[in-house]
Design a protein around this ligand. Sequence first.
Ligand code: 4HQ
Length: 252
Amino acid sequence: MRIDVVTLFPEMVEHAARFGVTGRARERGLWRLGLWNPRDFATDNHRTVDDRPYGGGPGMVMMAGPLGQALDAARAAQRADGCPAPRTIYLSPAGAPLSHRRVMELAGAPDAGYVLLAGRYEGVDERLVATLDEEIAIGDFVVSGGELPALMLIDAIARQLPGALNDAESAVQESFATGLLDCPHYTRPEHHAGQAVPEVLLSGNHAAIARWRHQQALGRTATRRPDLLAGRALTQDEERLLAAWRREQPTG
Ligand code: 4HQ
């Protein structure tokens, strides 16, 4: 897989992409990163990439020209690097909310190429946005630029590539794949700030522990994110676990 990012801050993306699971997956050759600064495609002496919005108002808009040139260069580089069908993605609050399902789809094609457009200022000239394949939002909030959203998308994809996670990490990774929130985790010491670790976790009874964790995941999901359960039928056993979990919750 190859991912290119069009950004005014390539160093920010390059630096962040070196850490952790994402960086290790890159070292393992599971994905390659390309970076393109639209400023390098500006046509004037000042290397201008933004201009005032038509219709007036505050802030600046990224010009279609330099961005289009940078995107063309990124797509050409991907084709030359064995990614025959580059897919262009704009990170924007107006995009489709990113989901685990979409991440898995994007991670599923090993020879895929993605060109991510990370915008700054008020946004990007709509005529350029209209030429892109997809618009993705990483959440219902606004950040200062598309670099962190692009890095979040890259991280979510890269960790799903075959070979990115070690065995221990892969086992943990099931959490969202089940459609439920993760269960709570504990480590030593057994007592902290007057609170003990739940007894079942010390029991050595692996079946009981698995059942408890599943119950916790169900209870937390039902309470905190009932929307996640709306599209997921519970088995009779899960209904029983959830009812028992509710009875155990402190009231008030
Ligand atoms: N921005 N999900 C504005 C975001 C964002 C988001 C990126 C800020 C684009 C121009 N991107 N720039 N939320 O807030 O993806």
